[in-house]
Design a protein around this ligand. Structure first.
Ligand SMILES: [Zn+2]
Length: 374
């Protein structure tokens, strides 16, 4: 076990087992961020205005120029505001996982109504989704948000395909989501991993409405339908604090209290399960991103980290989750203390994906894409 060390620039520490420090105490995440920032400056030559022109050009012959994933959090809400102002014909897409917080529901409604944007909602059958979430809990792996993120991705592509829309725009951005230790997450779109976990720990209920992203589905979306996913906030100047204030003033938007706190399950997972079972406090990564993008000072972050991670809803959230999962407190405690498993203990798409990447490398650029990063 390494000795405890915290970065002298951000607040990442040795709770990331792969972190490295240079002689001045600066961590590998900060170095990576600097590298990315340099690349991003080059990328900004294709700025937002150019991006809008590109989207309008291809969108012209379609019912909407683009579909935009909206969760109700700051990033996607700000994105929607930017898209609306640029004159794009937007179809807002909202995934209701069954765990949406009141703030998220309110924000999605307020934003789309006040902007006059069409809204496409989608959800997965609750019994299916529940069975999948419980399977992950029972399996003992770290990334319990895979079912949510996988469904979100699949739902966005389904919305685009159903409505014949050529672009999917999302509020993900490297500037606020660059720092994330690899051991804290897994590939959210690995359908083999998901299905193997479900096969071993699921209830046996057939997944009929869950939008499973198999390699074939991904291939078809990226290469046949040629639906392009773009992380819009990589193309605009974005200050999270200022964005939140502007959204409040213009649309009566309400801030969500923790990052990804649009979902009660995600809040419980990030604020209770991750720190107590896996020793992971995701605030470290989120604050480090904010420090690196000059939105928060390191002292402010250190101060925040001394506060309890769960604000005031812990008991209420826990009871709601146990009730809705129909599991007892002692079942839950058993899952919280059982042996930890790695995602790599289950089947994975990695081998196939790597073989695929090799083939792709000898083909013209962009062909046979199975990754969506732009
Ligand atoms: Zn650092």
């Amino acid at each position: 076990m390494k000795n405890y060390q915290i970065c002298s620039c951000c607040v990442m520490d040795t709770s990331d087992p792969d972190i490295q420090f240079d002689s001045t105490g600066i961590c590998s995440h900060c170095k990576e961020y600097e590298k990315l920032k340099k690349n991003r400056l080059i990328k900004l030559q294709t700025n937002f205005d150019d991006l809008v022109v590109k989207i309008k050009k291809r969108g012209k012959s379609h019912p909407y120029d683009c579909a935009a994933g909206i969760s109700g959090g700051t990033d996607s809400s700000y994105m929607l505001h930017q898209l609306k102002n640029s004159g794009l014909r937007v179809l807002a897409v909202h995934y209701d996982s069954g765990w949406n917080t009141e703030e998220a529901v309110h924000n999605v409604k307020a934003l789309t109504e006040k902007m006059g944007i069409d809204l496409y909602r989608f959800s997965v059958d609750w019994e299916e989704f529940k069975a999948l979430q419980i399977a992950y809990l029972k399996a003992g792996v770290i990334d319990l948000d895979v079912p949510t993120d996988h469904a979100l991705h699949g739902g966005l592509y389904k919305a685009a395909a159903d409505n014949n829309v050529p672009f999917i725009l999302t509020g993900h951005n490297m500037e606020t989501e660059c720092v994330m230790p690899q051991s804290w997450v897994t590939d959210k779109l690995d359908s083999s991993n998901l299905m193997d976990i479900y096969k071993q720990y699921g209830s046996g209920l057939k997944l009929k409405t869950f939008p499973l992203q198999t390699l074939f589905t991904k291939f078809s979306n990226y290469n046949i339908r040629k639906i392009e996913m773009i992380f819009v906030l990589n193309f605009v100047k974005y200050n999270k604090k200022e964005a939140g204030e502007m959204l409040k003033k213009l649309y009566g938007w309400e801030p969500v209290r923790v990052k990804h706190g649009e979902s009660i399950w995600t809040r419980f997972f990030q604020c209770h399960i991750l720190p107590n079972r896996f020793g992971v406090d995701k605030r470290r990564a989120h604050f480090s991103n904010l420090i690196l993008s000059n939105v928060m000072s390191r002292d402010e972050a250190l101060g925040e980290l001394t506060l309890p991670i769960y604000k005031d809803n812990f008991e209420q959230d826990k009871q709601m989750i146990l009730n809705r999962y129909e599991i007892t407190e002692s079942d839950f405690e058993k899952y919280m203390t059982q042996e930890i498993k790695q995602h790599s203990d289950f089947k994975t798409e990695k081998g196939l994906k790597n073989a695929y990447a090799k083939i792709r490398n000898i083909l013209p650029n962009g062909m046979l894409n199975i990754s969506t990063r732009h």
